[in-house]
Design a protein around this ligand. Structure first.
Ligand code: NAP
Length: 284
């Protein structure tokens, strides 16, 4: 068997084309959705992610503003900037790029964002709505993973889904999204006793760990669908996922590549959330 490679770039382009039409209709009513990103520090990977987000926002015709703050920014200055963005009528979505430098606790920062402008779904109110089965603004990466599964027609209801990772940004919300779609979900993490055994039961396996090739292809149930969220730099400097791709391709029914799988979807979902936030704020 050789797995279908799930083309995240193509599926993301389709999402963006749909958004472009929606934006045209909004523009006729004089509304241009606005996205503000906040990057603290000079982590090169984070800087690249933010740059790509802005490029896409501008291509799509959104209003987009980038704030880059020095690594030593005190929390007060960061909170003040968020207050300004909350009050700015041109801004519909605020994304604080995570992780923050170690001296900044992310919770008070994301909690300061107006929940209706929280386009990465990190505010506790949005996280709670997702946990309660009433998603409003959902974190972009897990939303993108779900979109990929739908785009390739995976039957989720009743399927066994194994999510590896439990971060607030990816693993935890992804498990909740899959549960809402009636999967039987197993959430694995660094203390899971036998990861291979858990993975072997999954009809759907999603890895969000950040450890290159940790998930061996031989662990997979034949015919599983694999979503690889992981992005690490290999020894040659190239991006690699959490799943041992060459072996997994031989066993899985479908798999996302790294790069070109989840990454483009994260950006597309950020654009979609910004448009959604623009609509939410303009609702009477
Ligand atoms: P994170 O906050 O570091 O979380 C990693 C998770 O992996 C934790 O829950 C951790 O468990 C678990 N883990 C670590 N070692 C493990 C092991 N040996 N076995 C099982 N689980 C283990 O990372 P994140 O923010 O969720 O990101 C995960 C990966 O996705 C990273 O590579 C990141 O770069 C990538 N990412 C990609 C995109 C994209 O758009 N493509 C977006 C976001 C993130 P504990 O909770 O027990 O520590």
């Amino acid at each position: 068997m050789s797995a279908t490679i799930i083309d995240g770039k193509k599926i993301a382009a389709e999402v963006l084309a749909g958004l472009s039409e929606e934006l045209g209709a909004l523009r006729e009513r004089g509304a241009v959705p606005g996205l503000a990103t906040v990057l603290v520090g000079d982590d090169p990977a984070s800087a690249t992610y933010v740059r790509n987000k802005h490029r896409k926002a501008r291509e799509l015709g959104l209003f987009s503003v980038e704030h880059v703050l020095p690594a030593a920014t005190p929390s007060g200055a960061l909170l003040e900037l968020i207050d300004q963005l909350n009050a700015d009528p041109r801004i519909d979505g605020i994304l604080v790029q995570l992780p923050l430098p170690a001296h900044l606790d992310p919770l008070p920062v994301v909690t300061r964002i107006d929940p209706l402008k929280d386009v990465d779904g990190q505010h506790p109110v949005n996280a709670q709505m997702l946990a309660a089965g009433q998603p409003r603004l959902v974190p972009c990466t897990p939303a993108g993973c779900l979109h990929l599964l739908d785009a390739v027609g995976v039957a989720l209801e009743g399927a066994r889904a194994v999510v590896i990772g439990r971060s607030g940004l990816v693993g935890r919300p992804l498990a909740q999204l899959l549960l809402a779609r009636h999967c039987t979900v197993t959430q694995c993490h660094s203390r899971t006793r036998d990861l291979a055994e858990e993975v072997g039961r999954g009809d759907v396996v999603a890895a969000a760990i950040g450890k290159p090739g940790l998930v061996r292809g031989s662990w997979l149930k034949p015919g599983a669908v694999v979503i690889d969220v992981g992005t690490s730099r290999g020894e040659d400097g190239k991006l690699v996922g959490d799943v041992e791709f060459a072996a997994a391709v031989e066993r899985a029914a479908a798999i996302t590549p790294v790069p070109g799988g989840v990454g483009p979807m994260t950006i597309a979902m950020l654009m979609a959330n910004t448009v959604r936030a623009a609509r939410l704020r303009r609702q009477p």
